[in-house]
Design a protein around this ligand. Sequence first.
Ligand SMILES: O=C(O)CCC(=O)C(=O)O
Length: 283
Amino acid sequence: MYYNASMPKVLTKEQIEQYHDEGFVFPIRVIPEDEALAIAAKIEEAERLYPKEIHAESRNNLHLSFSFLDRLVHNRTVVDAMEDILGPDLALWATVMFIKEPSSKHYVSWHQDATYMGMNDNRFATPWISLSASNTETGCMSMIPGSHIQEIRSHEDTFEKNNILTRGQAIMDVDESSAVDLILEPGEMSIHSGTVIHASKPNRSNNRRVGFALQSYMPPNIKQVVGRNIWTHVRGKQRSDPDDMTLDRPKYDMDPNTVAQRRIANENLAQILYKDSDVKRNY
Ligand SMILES: O=C(O)CCC(=O)C(=O)O
């Protein structure tokens, strides 16, 4: 059963319907363009100041180390939109910063996010906030409308060098003819479901493509069945299963308390995402 918002806060009824029919909805303005570009600049600054904490292979759960990213997780428009789709009680599982450098070969193969997340149910949603221009030249995401309605398809773990998914996991026989390019301006987001098939091509432009994936907001009926329950509480009733660990919010950039929690959360994430795999990458 899907949540049915009687009075949606941010999304229109049509957008909610589109999300359920197609598995994604876009574009939704979250912050002004100049604010998004300022956050992208802060990311570059953080890479210079804290090169061990944030780099291409240290990209998971950066919202625990940097308060300017934590604020996006709790951004009112983002959370209201999540409430419109999932209901009022929300926890966040993880975040991933997907950066594609200018003229680089990195890409994302066709996949469904839920495949290796180890949940008992896959009806969760991921906002992807564009902190740069995201278009066909910079390597935006493309999605197959309606593909979320089927079960998880078989994925092949390729571990291909330029594939920036953890296992380089790929669905091999995707009919791309109906694919939709999710073109976003800086500061806009898309929202996609845990089971929609999506991918992205390399960045052929001279600029960075920066996408912050808040993967994923979970309603309370969704439980972790592989690995530990580690959550960022976002809104409404807090999860309280005996073995839940609730993460704190950083009080400032590089808050040692949440930097330490990030290590624990990332180790747990790696155990979940690489379960039963002989190969492990550093992200
Ligand atoms: O940023 C990208 O190009 C892909 C991101 C993605 O696959 C996701 O957020 O689920």
